[in-house]
Design a protein around this ligand. Structure first.
Ligand code: AGP
Length: 611
């Protein structure tokens, strides 16, 4: 996620901003920049790490007591120098940094182009800045008034900080949906996305709320709403230490990212899913709708957790589009001399967008004439750039090595793709289509509800933390969820675990069952429910320890399971996103209980860039 830092006061602004940006590096980014005012506006920005930006500035005159800085996590426009922030208005007087997504930026851009505006970047930020600039130059009033007018007309999430060469004593900031903290110093103020760049200077902070605007001088902070009414700033005292703040108060990035999922899934759906009007807007998919609706088969290529997302997508795509789907481990596909025909549709799923096995696999398929659609989290990554089109998952940077929020965002994107294609093809009846859109729209809330289980899940995790083996079982859409649960447990707690279709147990693996073996059943209400209960009976008969994930209101498993984890009911096609949550938490709590580094498990890397 982007990071913002700003300063005004008696210190040199540049060192404060630079150090602050380094404190925000944990948020993940691809570019950085600073803007300073001293005898004019000066902007320095580039793709790459903050340290690389710092290197280019050695020896330059960076004296200033006011400045803004930014680390960019690309959402609109590839990572490159010209898309980095701060952006500068056409007038050359204003510089702005922004964290968030302006959803109606294309409309605003078209209006500005008609007025003769030209743009140097592909970003929504530059559009918003020039929208402000246009209002400011036409109204002739205060800059803060122009910002207020502009923000009333934008749709989306933002935190912005603007500086004006003609008013070098003032920072103007505003927020809606993205975080902004103001540090109150003596004759100085600090702004940042979170408290980590601020805490070493002051523990007195103001958390700016949505639809609030801050006009900040070195010795004055004025807070207003968009109706220009003054608001009394509520000053609180930070009681956290720096290290904790970077994790947003969570003990680990993995836990933070698990709990971010209601928001990250919402962000993934936002601007795309309109359940009320029955529409799914995915420009990257729309341009290949013809090829997708007429495809004779779809090949999904991925690794690890992303491969599990692909397995769930296989069930969904085949159900609603009736197109045969094959899911391939990238490493196997690449070296098997696969049959790839011109026009075959390949969906590459990857959080990092840099997994070598997946990248190499799609490069070879592309050479054979296949159409590559990427479902990727990192904007501008190699897999994204190699794909003909696709859809970003917008889960924000995933710092924990174990993929959690990226996995559920992948499922949200893949589900939207399948529903869109099924509806276009006419293989998904309108009534079911509308029902599934509503079900998908309800997922963020249901994931939030599933997370409320955390104490019960932690209790269960502690009960089985000393197991040496575990099984994860499910059927239908829940079978790949079982596989994902097994992988999470393996990679986080180092306990050997296997996932199976529940009905497969009688073909051999049931020999493993004894009165010590924990068997996790993903047994939410679906069309396989009766059969899963029978499979549960088979395990119980052999004294296996059963932990069942069940739907709210379904007590069918109560007499069979030793432990129950209750999650909100959802249509079976949508349920995997919700059912993944307990899987993630079980692995997390066991890993922590065993004293392991759950953010950086042994032997693992976040991005496997070697084949
Ligand atoms: C996920 O928990 C694992 N860390 C790993 O399996 C990962 O999913 C796999 O390496 C693929 O990575 P990608 O999604 O970045 O391509």
């Amino acid at each position: 996620m982007c990071g913002i830092v700003a300063y005004i006061g008696h210190r040199e602004a540049y060192p404060v901003i630079l150090k602050g940006l380094k404190r925000l590096e944990y948020r993940g980014y691809d570019s950085s920049g600073v803007a300073l005012i001293n005898n004019g506006l000066r902007v320095f920005k580039k793709q790459g790490k903050v340290a690389e930006l710092e290197e280019t500035l050695v020896g330059k005159d960076l004296h200033a007591n006011i400045g803004i800085g930014h680390t960019r996590w690309a959402t609109h426009g590839e990572p490159c120098d010209r898309n980095a922030h701060p952006h500068v208005s056409r007038s050359g007087k204003l510089a702005m940094i922004h964290n968030g997504i302006i959803e109606n930026y294309m409309q605003l851009k078209q209006d500005l182009v008609k007025k003769g505006y030209e743009f140097t970047s592909d970003t929504d930020t530059e559009v918003l800045l020039n929208f402000i600039d246009d209002i400011h130059s036409n109204n002739g009033g205060e800059l803060e008034e122009a910002i207020r007018i502009a923000l009333k007309r934008v749709v989306g999430a933002y935190v912005i900080v603007v500086i004006d060469e003609d008013h070098p004593d003032t920072l103007i900031a505003a927020r809606k949906g993205s975080p902004l903290v103001i540090g109150i110093g003596k004759g100085e103020h600090f702004l940042a996305s979170d408290a980590s760049p601020i805490i070493e200077y002051t523990k007195e902070v103001v958390y700016v709320n949505d639809y609030e605007l801050a006009i900040i001088k070195s010795d004055e902070l004025i807070l207003k709403n968009l109706g220009n009414e003054k608001i009394t700033p509520f000053i609180t005292k930070l009681d956290m230490e720096l290290a904790a703040i970077e994790k947003g108060g969570y003990d680990h990035f993995m836990l933070k990212e698990i709990f971010e999922q209601p928001n990250t899934i919402f962000d993934c759906l936002r601007g795309r899913l309109d359940a009320a009007n029955g529409s799914i807007t995915m420009s990257g998919i729309q341009q290949y709708a013809e090829q997708l609706t007429t495809a004779s088969r779809i090949i999904i290529i991925a690794c690890g957790t992303s491969w599990h997302a692909g397995l769930i997508a296989e069930y969904i795509f085949e159900e609603v589009t009736r197109i045969p789907v094959e899911v391939e481990y990238a490493s196997e596909f690449r070296y098997r001399n696969p049959i790839v025909n011109k026009g075959d549709v390949i969906i590459a799923i990857s959080q990092s967008g840099e997994t070598a096995d997946t990248l190499v696999a799609i490069e070879s398929a592309k050479e054979k004439g296949a159409i590559i659609l990427g479902v990727v989290n990192v904007v501008g990554s190699s897999i994204a750039r190699t794909s003909h089109a696709g859809a970003y998952t917008h889960a924000g940077p995933e710092i924990g090595v174990a993929s959690t929020k990226a996995f559920t965002a992948q499922l949200a994107v893949l589900t939207m793709m399948a529903l869109k294609i099924g509806y276009l093809k006419g293989t998904l009846p309108e009534k079911r289509y509308m029902h599934l859109l509503t079900e998908l729209n309800d997922v963020p809330e249901k994931v939030g509800a599933a997370l409320l289980n955390k104490e019960n899940i932690e209790r269960i995790a502690l009960k089985y933390k000393d197991a040496t083996d575990a099984l994860f079982l499910g059927r239908g859409y829940n079978f790949p969820v079982a596989l994902e649960g097994a992988l999470k447990l393996k990679e986080i707690s180092y306990i050997h675990a296997e996932g199976y279709p529940a009905a497969e147990m009688k073909h051999g693996p049931i020999a493993l069952v004894d009165n010590k073996l924990p068997v996790f059943f993903v047994a939410t209400k679906d069309s396989f429910h009766e059969k899963v209960l029978s499979n549960m009976q088979e395990i119980k008969a052999r004294k296996g320890k059963i932990i069942a994930i069940v739907s709210e209101g379904d007590d069918a498993a109560n007499s069979l399971a030793d432990d129950l984890i209750v999650v909100p009911y959802a249509d079976e096609l949508i349920a995997p996103i919700i059912n993944a949550i307990p899987m993630q938490l079980i692995a997390y709590y066991i890993g922590v209980a065993k004293g392991y580094d759950v953010d950086k498990p042994r032997n693992l890397a976040k991005s496997v860039t070697v084949e």
